[in-house]
Design a protein around this ligand. Structure first.
Ligand SMILES: C[S@@+](CC[C@H](N)C(=O)[O-])C[C@H]1O[C@@H](n2cnc3c(N)ncnc32)[C@H](O)[C@@H]1O
Length: 219
């Protein structure tokens, strides 16, 4: 049985939940991406190969920008859910969805205990959140959960920032992203994903420097 959280009760995780800065998150993303956030969301959606009618979950959805864009792709017959560890992020996401009149469900929930049954979704997305998860064990639990909630043949897409190589970015990223670098290496996730059952795994760079992806199939 999955935990059900009250509206303001933050679930316990060793992941780095974004709380105090939730209201500034969109502005920070806009700054770090040099105003290219919309393009980055579009590139993520292309990599996800979404189909009309798909049932999609975004884990660590933050303020909901990607999930809202995804709903436009999957159409009226599609369903989109976003979960996040931070009540403040979920508040912002819900407000954005209601202001735009887009039907996306945002709720509290952890990647390590996704609050949905087995084989519920066609697609699981994760965008810029894996660098918030310290250590392989939490990531491994997250991968196992993402596999569990995917239907057979369902697709996983993870997009994340790679550690910056440019010295200026090394200083700016932690300041603008409002946390210190936890570290990502998407190539290193391949064996972990294979371990929990994912197949057809591909790793690559998105069309934006510094943003990479790994995707796979639940058979
Ligand atoms: C950098 S934000 C990314 C938000 C959004 N996906 C995007 O593309 O803009 C990372 C999010 O992961 C959330 N998070 C951290 N640990 C988590 C966990 N264990 N389960 C679910 N969400 C988590 C944080 O609260 C934060 O909102």
């Amino acid at each position: 049985m999955h935990q059900v959280f009250q509206r303001k009760q933050a679930p316990q995780t060793t992941g780095l939940a974004v709380r105090r800065w939730a209201h500034f998150y969109d502005a920070a993303v806009n700054l770090v991406s040099w105003g290219k956030e919309q393009d980055i969301r579009a590139a993520t959606i292309e990599l996800a190969n979404l189909q009309l009618g798909d049932k999609v979950i975004e884990v660590g959805c933050g303020t909901g920008s990607l999930a809202i864009a995804v709903k436009k792709q999957v159409g009226l017959t599609g369903q989109v859910v976003g979960i996040d560890a931070s009540p403040e992020m979920i508040d912002v996401a819900q407000r954005k969805a209601s202001q735009t009149g887009i039907d996306v469900t945002f709720q509290l929930g952890l990647i390590e205990d996704i609050p949905f049954g087995d084989q519920t979704f066609d697609v699981v997305l994760s965008s810029m959140m894996f660098h918030h998860l310290p250590g392989d064990e939490l990531k491994r639990r997250g991968f196992a959960e993402m596999f569990r909630v995917l239907k057979p043949g369902g697709r996983l897409l993870i997009v994340d920032v790679e550690p910056p190589t440019n010295p200026l970015h090394r200083i700016l990223y932690p300041i603008l992203l409002v946390h210190f670098w936890v570290g990502t290496n998407l190539k290193a996730y391949k064996p972990l994903l294979e371990n929990v059952g994912f197949t057809k795994i591909e790793v690559g760079k998105t069309r934006y420097g510094g943003l990479s992806f790994i995707r796979g199939s639940a058979n």
